[in-house]
Design a protein around this ligand. Structure first.
Ligand SMILES: *Cc1c(COP(=O)(O)O)cnc(C)c1O
Length: 410
């Protein structure tokens, strides 16, 4: 039955692609077999609009326990008093925060997309830049956030909410400085830790708890859970507003199979094994950045403090991020094109690529492998016109990846 189904055939092809490739997209990871099992479970059959103990449907006695478990684990892991685990994903979570705390047309501030911010932090084509008056801050020419600039922008714009968080910034955020700026202008501070949640849970990246009014995060990036999101806070009044904004404000029934997967991932993330994993993610990112730098590539800000970094491909090899992304794809190395700070090029053909190590680290790769990966990247870029050499690189990568397992594949 399964063999004849086109979708299952395609899933098998995707499995093979994942297994035989080098996954360097900074927002991706491989979840455990237990998390996979939750997501593929019968929990998807159930409607549970509302919250534990306050559902609009009957038959939720076990679903309630699962959601309570996920909430408790989130509170324990991140050391907060309130957690909502129902957002369908990171973008709806951010929308819910705005819906809870803002009126249409209010001013918000966030990092610009080309400096490493997220669409939902006030980009003009997103809800966040069209329903609200969005003001963006950037990074300096070295690729670092300039807090004095943010403060003076905030003093002028008087935002009601400031986003602190990123999808493509390789350095530490100073949550305390963001708090001071927010206090100075009377703004809510929302920390979006989507990219670094796993690192924060492991103590290898600073936590915004104690500084931010609200914390949003996806659960599927460094945290290594299912595709989903959470909203955390320590303020009861804010937490209540957020719960209302998620349901009935924006969403209907929660995705219970995902909630279960989040609960499992949160438990996994509380182990020593996961802490070691997160430490290795950062070690690997530093090593890969250093190896590429030694091969002549220009790393934005010169290196990384977390799981990702940007490479300026135009000034490194005279190719755009899109060209390099396509070259690497053809040998089974997956990255994404990415704008670099003050990028003069268009978003669909920017100057850089973003590289991250969470996925390869889950496969068990360490510093030694990062050097090899850097060489594969360099060889592919320099031999992109040589078909035979590209085929040879592809074969070597298939061979190289074989011993590094992915949960749920084979
Ligand atoms: C990934 C990400 C999101 C959005 O997550 P989706 O699940 O893709 O909607 C939001 N904010 C930041 C900073 C992110 O990196």
């Amino acid at each position: 039955m399964v063999q004849n189904n086109k979708v299952f055939e395609l899933i098998n092809k995707e499995k093979q692609r994942q297994f035989e490739g080098l996954e360097l997209i900074a927002s991706e990871n491989y979840v455990s077999e237990d998390v996979l099992q939750c997501m593929g479970s019968i929990l998807t059959n159930k409607y549970s609009e509302g919250y534990p103990g306050k559902r609009y449907y009957n038959g939720n006695q076990f679903i309630d326990e699962i959601e309570i478990e996920a909430i408790e684990r989130a509170k324990n892991l991140f050391k907060v008093n309130f957690a909502n685990v129902q957002p369908y994903s990171g973008s709806p979570a951010n929308l819910a925060v705005c819906f809870a705390l803002l009126n249409l047309g209010d001013t918000v501030m966030g990092m610009s997309l080309d400096s490493g911010g997220h669409l939902t932090h006030g980009f003009k084509v997103s809800f966040s830049g069209s329903f609200y008056n969005a003001v963006n801050y950037g990074v300096d020419s070295n690729g670092y956030i300039n807090y004095d600039e943010i403060l003076s922008l905030a003093q002028k714009a008087k935002p009601k909410l400031i986003w602190a968080g990123f999808s493509a910034y390789s350095r530490i955020l100073d949550w305390k400085k963001f708090r001071e700026i927010s206090d100075e202008v009377g703004a809510y501070l929302v920390a979006d830790i989507s990219h670094v949640a796993g690192l924060i849970a492991s103590g290898v990246y600073p936590s915004p708890v104690g500084f931010a009014d609200v914390i949003t995060t996806t659960t599927h990036k460094t945290l290594r859970g299912p595709r989903g999101a959470m909203i955390l806070s320590n303020d009861e009044e804010i937490a209540q507003k957020i719960d209302k904004a998620i349901f009935p404000g924006l969403q209907g029934g929660p995705h219970n199979h995902i909630t279960a997967g989040i609960a499992v991932a949160l438990k996994e993330a509380s182990t020593d094994e996961f802490k070691k994993y997160s430490q290795q993610v950062v070690i690997n990112a530093k090593k890969l950045a250093e190896s590429l730098s030694n091969l002549g590539y220009k790393i934005i800000s010169g290196g990384t403090d977390n799981h990702l970094f940007l490479v300026d491909m135009v000034s490194s090899v005279g190719l755009s991020g899109k060209e390099v992304g396509d070259i690497l794809d053809s040998v089974g190395i997956t990255v994404n094109k990415n704008a670099i700070p003050n990028d003069g090029r268009k978003p669909w053909d920017p100057s850089g690529i973003r590289i991250g190590t969470p996925a390869l680290t889950t496969r068990g790769m360490k510093e030694k492998e990062m050097e090899i990966v850097a060489q594969f990247i360099d060889r592919a870029i320099k031999n992109s016109k040589n078909k035979e050499e590209m085929e040879e690189i592809r074969r070597e990568i298939v061979n190289f990846t074989k011993v590094f397992k992915i949960p749920g594949i084979q």
